[in-house]
Design a binder for this molecule. Structure first.
Ligand code: THU
Length: 129
């Protein structure tokens, strides 16, 4: 799904992560329906609970620029197996992405797993009715 270029961009993006506490950088690349790219990293805080995950940073950057239609998301972490996004980020994906949008999860050796938003968060909370 994701091209080598997009995976390499996620790796490169992770260099911008602000991770003085966990030392666990995440790089995310979000591609809009029109092909525009938004990157994101995790941004930590001395008050740990204020940390924003990399994939949520990318999503919030795009949404705050007016984007509402997306094609794919790539998430890189220095993990042995392709990085597994946290529950909060899965819920944010469900808010803005179609259920079948592909999310490419990338490990430190650049091995990948592709999962849809629906696979990552089945039976998600999507509206109040
Ligand atoms: N983190 C992410 O950026 N994305 C995830 O899906 C999981 C966790 C970050 C948060 C924190 O900065 C570090 O990884 C360790 O939890």
């Amino acid at each position: 799904m994701a091209t080598t270029e997009l995976i390499d961009l996620a790796v490169k993006t992770s260099e911008n992560a602000y991770v003085p506490y966990s030392h666990f950088p995440i790089g995310a690349v979000l591609v809009t329906a029109e092909g525009k790219i938004y990157t994101g990293v995790n941004v930590e805080n001395a008050s740990f609970g204020l940390t924003n995950c990399g994939e949520r940073t990318a999503i919030f950057k795009a949404v705050s620029e007016g984007e509402r239609s997306f094609k794919e998301l790539i998430i890189y972490g220095q993990t042995e197996k392709p990085v597994s996004p946290c529950g909060a980020c899965r819920q944010v994906m469900a808010e803005f992405f179609e259920p079948d949008l592909p999310v490419t999860l990338v490990a430190k050796d650049k091995s990948t797993v592709v999962m849809t938003v629906k696979e990552l968060l089945p039976y998600s909370f999507t509206d109040l009715t």
